[in-house]
Design a binder for this molecule. Structure first.
Ligand code: FPP
Length: 255
């Protein structure tokens, strides 16, 4: 499908200057990018135009996160439940990573961004898998922001994978049941090498987790906004950071 015939829509404005009011930066920000469809509907556009605009907004927000020296940005791009959508929309979403990388990979490389992915990629089209593998390879030595894209990701599926891996180690006598602790699980998560998210943002006014990083979000701070993802701009990102720095994180203990 040709993307270049799509209506031109103004991009959100971003600056590359840090707001000096923001002094506490979360290492890991996770975002549930919701509201592409409603954003498009409000404008009388097809849902997939919302997804295309959402894709462009990913690049804008990567720039902002990079400016604030966030270390990891995990984005929920396609869930294991999103297969229930109409075939045309699923096909479009399946191609988005490829489209994103064909447009933005050169910039991301220059900006020292390291691309990673979590989820069951084997169900994605071969061409999308190829584009992702190429991006992983080309950015593997980059030392800036880790852009971690969750694609065909579901937290329950991740837990099933963890349980299978533990069961297999028990079968092979590498592990006994009484040796299982939180570390045994942490080491087997798709995100085992990453810090847990400090801040979770969900756009579009929905207040739920939708099977995203259920284990990893145990002590994460949540921030919700009514803005639809394509309209989520530097301004909202800064609002989230300002709210985050007011939070007192006690992890179940006392201050
Ligand atoms: C939810 O909004 C959004 C998605 C299912 C897709 C999110 C994907 C992107 C923002 C682009 C992905 C970019 C890359 C780089 C792969 P919705 O469609 O459910 O919105 P609605 O609730 O308003 O209908």
């Amino acid at each position: 499908m040709a993307f270049n015939y799509w209506p031109f829509i103004n991009k959100n404005k971003t600056t590359t200057e840090k707001d000096t009011q923001i002094t506490v930066i979360p290492d890991h920000v996770a975002i549930i990018m919701d509201g592409n469809g409603r954003w498009a509907k409000q404008r009388g556009l097809p849902r997939i135009t919302g997804h295309k605009q959402g894709m462009d907004n990913v690049k804008q927000i990567v720039e902002v996160a990079n400016t604030y020296e966030v270390k990891v940005l995990t984005l929920y791009a396609f869930s294991t439940e999103n297969w229930k959508r109409p075939e045309q929309e699923v096909n479009f979403l399946m191609k988005l990573p490829q489209e994103f990388l064909s447009v933005y990979l050169p910039d991301l490389i220059k900006e020292n961004v390291k691309i990673e992915v979590i989820g069951h990629l084997e169900r994605l089209p071969k061409s999308t898998q190829k584009a992702i593998n190429n991006a992983l390879e080309k950015t593997k030595h980059n030392t800036g922001l880790i852009l971690n894209i969750a694609m065909n990701y579901g937290s329950r599926l991740e837990m099933v994978d963890v349980v299978k891996s533990i069961a297999e180690d028990i079968r092979l006598n590498k592990l006994t049941p009484d040796q299982i602790d939180e570390q045994t699980i942490n080491q087997r998560l798709y995100t085992s090498h990453l810090p847990e998210p400090d801040l979770l943002i969900r756009t579009s006014g929905e207040i739920r987790l939708s099977n995203f990083l259920l284990w990893q979000l145990a002590y994460t701070e949540f921030w919700f906004t009514d803005a639809y993802w394509p309209a989520f701009s530097e301004h909202e990102f800064k609002q989230a950071l300002l709210a985050y720095q007011q939070r007192k994180r006690r992890y179940g203990g006392l201050e």
